[in-house]
Design a protein around this ligand. Structure first.
Ligand code: SF4
Ligand code: SF4
Ligand code: FES
Length: 478
């Protein structure tokens, strides 16, 4: 680790690593420094000049993204002179920028809009009719839309495709104020991580085809979670909104920085998996084919659990650690068997050498921690012996329905699935993002999710279903 040195920023003393970039020290300490082209995942490019600061002893302002830190450096990010320099650069950025904010999907989370608002420089010296125009609404690939006029040519998107995915779909085309971003002919932006350019774009030039015009960002609330799409467990933000008379709905997932897990990014399949939360949900309890209420379904489950003598609980590797522990406790109280067999979630074609893992479950590592077996031979022998099977969100039987022939089946699922055709009792459960819990990723990193989704019709989490059954057992009630 390199040497720590002291420097002064706006009169405050800071410590930072000698030789590291000044902009990183400012960003890490939450000191406001306007910037477009620099990004911690992509490094410096020095093209936008927005990050100008004053450094004592230097004749001219310097860009913080290309200034290494030295002992005793005296830096100013505020003050009339330096703020005027940055305002002049901003004016250059705005010369050809369209007046789109009221209809732009990036409004509310646009760096250009933020810097413009804080500059106090509201009267344009450019005649709108003299602006250089460019193309709008260009589909770069299945998920990303480009508005060339709004681009500030920071090249973050280009560098993402050249340095991170190494797929090189994007480039800067033409020269001077006719320069625009574009794809190469016949090479759409369709790599498995393409939508990260939408987050990287500091303005409304790149927008998500899926999210655009669905919500104004200031109406949404957000909570921290992890993606359940594979055993990486990418850190994400869940943006959701409860509109009047409607259920709380998730509108998008965005990556959240965790350098140890996913860095700054996530894959497109994980990002779009928020849709599963509202599609095809199981909403009603059933006994056989008849709809019933939750209490009735639980009472009948309790009857099965206390009358059948060979019970098997089948867990899913995306259940939370707490849910697994609760099921283990219940199974041991009932002297029942337990299995975590779930080979259907391994998809070798999904994994890659970046973020995506072939195990498309969020918490298989918790099996190891809790000693839950997923061995196939053991599963087969426990299933053969079982007279009743309680299936907890595990979809293995969807393609193996005949394995359940002749057994009593309790199906607890968040989504409608084939296995329900074999269920004597059906109980709807909370989905991944409607419950809180702990998950362990493939590298053994433990992560906690605290859900903030509020439903008018709450689906019970598996933990509360188990608690309910346990309290009935304790009371010995029927
Ligand atoms: S499209 Fe966005 S990310 Fe790409 S260069 Fe333009 S402003 Fe930067
Ligand atoms: S890599 Fe895995 S955890 Fe990360 S976003 Fe994609 S599916 Fe989700
Ligand atoms: S952020 Fe420093 S020059 Fe662009």
């Amino acid at each position: 680790m390199s040497e720590l040195v002291k420097l002064s920023v706006n009169g405050e003393e800071l410590e930072a690593q000698k030789g590291s970039l000044l902009i990183d020290a400012l960003l890490d300490k939450d000191i406001h420094i306007p910037h477009f082209c620099y990004h911690q995942a992509l490094g410096k490019d020095g093209n936008c000049r927005m990050c100008m600061v004053e450094i004592e002893g230097q004749k001219r302002p310097q860009i913080a993204c290309d200034t290494p830190i030295k002992e005793g450096m005296i830096v100013r990010t505020k003050g009339e002179n330096i703020e005027k320099v940055r305002r002049d650069i901003l004016e250059l950025e705005l010369i050809n920028h369209p007046i789109d904010c009221p209809t732009c999907d990036q409004a509310g989370e646009c760096k250009l809009q933020d810097y413009y608002m804080e500059s106090g420089f509201y009267h344009s010296r450019v005649n709108v009719d003299n602006k250089v125009t460019a193309r709008k609404r260009i589909e770069l690939g299945s998920n990303v839309m480009l508005d060339q006029e709004r681009c500030v040519l920071c090249t973050r998107c280009v560098r993402f495709c050249s340095d991170i995915t190494k797929t090189n779909e994007l480039g800067v085309i033409s020269r001077a104020d006719h320069s625009v971003i574009g794809t190469f002919p016949g090479r759409p932006l369709d790599n498995p991580y393409a939508m990260n350019v939408v987050d990287l774009c500091p303005v409304g030039a790149l927008t998500s085809q899926d999210f655009r015009f669905k919500q104004r960002v200031w109406f949404m609330e957000s909570f921290d979670a992890i993606c359940s799409g594979c055993s990486r467990g990418c850190n994400i933000k869940v943006d959701h909104r409860k509109e009047k008379y409607k259920d709380d709905q998730i509108f998008r997932f965005r990556p959240r920085v965790n350098k140890a897990v996913n860095g700054w990014f996530m894959c497109d399949e994980g990002r779009l998996s928020y849709k599963n939360e509202s599609e095809n949900r199981l909403l009603v309890s059933k006994i056989g084919n008849e709809e019933t209420n939750f209490d009735n379904a639980i009472t009948n489950t309790f009857k099965i659990l206390t009358t059948e003598n060979k019970i098997l609980f089948v867990l899913d590797p995306s259940l939370s650690l707490e849910e697994m522990q609760n099921i283990q406790n219940l199974a041991s109280a009932l002297k029942a068997e337990i299995t975590g067999f779930a080979p259907h979630l391994i998809d070798e074609s999904f994994g890659d050498d970046y973020l995506r893992k072939s195990d498309k479950s969020a918490n298989r590592a918790a099996y190891k921690e809790l000693g839950i077996s997923e061995d196939e031979a053991e599963f087969n022998s426990k299933l053969k012996a079982a007279t009743a099977v309680v299936i907890l969100n595990n979809n293995y039987f969807d393609k193996n329905l005949s394995l359940l022939d002749g057994k009593k089946v309790v199906g607890c699922f968040s989504h409608v699935c084939e296995t329900l055709a074999k269920s004597d009792i059906t109980i709807p459960t909370a989905s991944f993002y409607e419950k809180s819990g702990t998950y362990i990723n493939f590298e053994g990193i433990k992560q906690k999710v605290i859900s903030k989704i509020r439903k008018d019709k709450p689906m019970e989490s598996i933990t509360s279903i188990i608690e309910y059954i346990k309290s009935m057992i304790e009371k010995g009630s029927l």
